[in-house]
Write a protein that binds this ligand. Structure first.
Ligand code: 0RA
Length: 641
């Protein structure tokens, strides 16, 4: 622990202008709710660091009555308020007004690499129309107010107190953010997640609007998360004990996992409290360590029947796991990659997670009954996979050799043969298919109408898939095969877009399709080829003739908002769409197909694995959930401008 941390230890890098100029670079977006709530996470992470270093025991987050202001308070040491000898400013001011200001200890006692890019309080300050820091320290209360990153007042010495701690109140700047109202639900989720990740830490959420107060504290940490997740998805573990492994040697690794009846696996991972929806090196390390432990155990005890080969996927079938690593130190910069920047790329995270997961072998050795249950589960998965592979081989071969010649009759193909310039719309029903065929850009857009409900592929064995005409048409249109024989190099379209009605039926069909893609063509999702096309619910027409203006909206909320925003313009004529089939080709093109005006949501494997609720939100009856989802996923929406 650092001794006598004072203002002089603060390293000063640069001012805050770049943050206001390009806020997206620092918080990942200013249109949706994600960026806005990221502000809270940044402030919260500082308090969590203070607590996890043993200086604070309680953190309270309070949301104002109007949901516009947030207060984060901890009972830590308080940010130092003495003046830095060189910069002639208090440590508080340096922390709040300079980018990347932090203590220069090697043991990182102040700012760990936490927060999206480890940028912290100054970024929040820069993007707040008002920020008030209240510090209890050195026997007094101290306050200072800021606006848009600049001090509005000098630091004020208030009344005497024995208390110690830090309180930051802030309101997001409407010049920067489209929306400045915080969501209580989201904040609550954030605190709950932080409580799972930091075992024993007490986090309190107070919503002044509803007067609700919630306390999050999980002494079991990630294991509590597993239990919660099992209950939520009404699943049970195959074994009594849930596994928890941890170790801290520089990099802190925490793992919790169990096996369930499910035929898929779900691994959730974090680095320094940041969710990595697309996994990365830490997750890879976990998988390889777990495989080694299980394989070793099976080999040593000679448990594999002759001729049964099992893969990593077999080992992980039914696995539910959380992987959390903390990479300390400001020297190590977190590296993220992938289209959505949510995949960890730091090589140093792999070894430690691998090593910790490998120690699972000891648990297996210590408890043979439990080990037998798990090994049986894995061998069963291996046998099932071998059987389904055999069944699918004959089909895939056919698909592979001359897929160009084998295209299904109802496919309206595009003329381009370059996958990166081609896309395919999978639409439901012939009437929607007809409109889409007429409305499309035939150079780059192919249409495949699917009839009837497709098989629920999660439940269906691979051999049944082969008998399903609709799915086989889909497979041959895409050209890349499926199951173990999938080869994305042969994928004929760069974007595969599911387009269904925004109603319960459409939702059902879309979820079946997602289940199919997830189970049999997962690499398609992993490489970001799969999208859901969003169709508007209403058309709002203002004026007529030359002055006519048309606005498409996707939900009831959006409609209300639009009406409020435009009330001076007079009443619009509003049309509600019942389904794609009702739209004429031109309308369908304008709203759902034209790359310049349509809205696509990219679907990642996580979305399917973690919950069908993404779909519920997207296409379900509750259009407010849909609105929220669209808002929150603004960064993933692909809207060409
Ligand atoms: C710099 C130095 C010290 C504490 C902090 C910052 C600090 C920052 C935050 C942010 C939120 N809560 C916080 N609590 C503390 C250490 C000061 C000392 O050595 O006494």
């Amino acid at each position: 622990m650092a001794k006598g941390y004072k203002a002089k230890d603060i390293e000063v890098l640069e001012g805050l202008e770049p943050v206001r100029k390009r806020p997206g670079m620092y918080i990942g977006g200013t249109d949706g709710l994600a960026g806005l709530h990221h502000l809270v996470a940044e402030i919260l992470d500082n308090s969590i660091d203070e607590a996890m270093n043993g200086h604070a025991s309680k953190i309270t987050v309070t949301l104002d009555k109007d949901s516009e202001g947030v207060t984060v308070e901890d009972n830590g040491r308080g940010i130092p308020v003495d003046k830095h000898p060189k910069y002639k400013k208090t440590a508080l001011e340096l922390i709040l007004t300079t980018l990347h200001a932090g203590g220069k200890f090697s043991d990182h006692n102040y700012i760990s690499a936490g927060g999206l890019h480890g940028v912290g309080a100054s970024v929040v300050n820069a993007l707040s129309v008002k920020l008030v820091a209240t510090i209890w320290r050195d026997g007094y209360e101290w306050t200072q107010e800021y606006s848009q990153g600049k001090p509005k007042t000098k630091i004020k010495k208030g009344s005497k107190t024995k208390a110690h701690g830090t309180q930051i109140y802030f309101k997001a700047d409407p010049e920067i953010f489209k929306k400045t109202t915080f969501s209580a639900e989201r904040l609550e989720k954030m605190l709950e997640e932080k409580a799972f990740l930091n075992k024993g830490l007490e986090l309190i959420f107070v919503d002044q609007k509803t007067k609700a107060k919630k306390v999050f504290k999980y002494n079991e940490g990630l294991v509590a998360f597993l239990k919660n997740e099992l209950t939520r998805s009404s699943q049970t573990a195959l074994h009594n004990e849930l596994f928890s492994l941890e170790e801290e040697k520089g990099i802190k690794v925490e793992l919790a996992f169990c096996w369930t009846e499910s035929t898929t696996s779900q691994i959730r991972s974090y680095v320094n409290g940041i969710r990595t929806a697309n996994g990365g090196t830490h997750e890879d390390g976990f998988k390889s360590g777990l495989s080694k432990a299980v394989r070793n155990y099976i080999a040593v005890h000679d448990l594999a029947p002759k001729g049964v080969k099992f893969t990593g996927d077999d080992i992980r079938e039914g696995l539910l796991a959380v992987v959390s690593v903390n990479i300390p130190g400001r020297e190590v910069e977190l590296q993220f990659q992938g289209q959505t920047k949510d995949k960890l790329n730091n090589p140093e995270a792999q070894g430690p997670t691998d090593a910790v997961a490998r120690t699972f072998e000891n648990k297996l050795n210590a408890n043979p009954t439990l080990a037998t249950a798990i090994v049986e589960r894995i061998l069963l998965a291996a046998k099932a996979r071998a059987a389904s592979r055999k069944a699918s081989q004959s089909v895939s071969r056919k698909v592979g050799i001359s897929h160009r010649l084998n295209l299904p009759g109802k496919l309206a193909d595009c003329s381009s043969t370059q996958p990166d310039k081609s896309e395919i719309f999978i639409v439901e029903g012939d009437s929607a298919g007809g409109s889409a065929k007429q409305g499309r850009d035939r150079k780059t857009q192919a249409i495949l109408p699917l009839r009837g409900k497709i098989l629920n592929s999660i439940a269906a064995p691979t051999s049944k898939i082969k008998e399903n005409r609709e799915l086989m048409d889909l497979v041959s249109a895409l050209g890349c095969g499926y199951g173990d024989d999938i080869n994305l190099k042969k994928l004929r379209y760069g974007k595969v877009i599911i387009l269904t009605d925004a109603d319960a039926d459409g939702m059902h069909i879309a979820s079946l399709m997602l289940a199919f893609f997830y189970t049999f063509m997962r690499p398609l999702l992993e490489h970001g080829h799969l999208y859901i096309g969003l169709c508007p619910l209403y058309r709002m027409k203002y004026g007529t003739g030359k002055s006519e203006e048309i606005v498409w909206v996707f939900s009831d909320e959006e409609k209300e908002k639009e009406l409020k925003a435009r009330n001076r313009k007079g009443k619009p004529h509003i049309t509600r769409f019942k389904g794609l089939g009702e739209m004429n080709p031109k309308t369908l093109w304008d709203t759902a197909m034209c790359p310049k005006s349509r809205t696509l949501l990219q679907i990642m494997p996580e979305d399917v694995a973690s919950a069908t609720s993404v779909l519920d939100d997207l296409l379900g009856r509750d259009s407010s959930a849909r609105y929220r989802l669209i808002q929150e996923n603004a960064h993933r929406l692909e809207v060409d401008v």
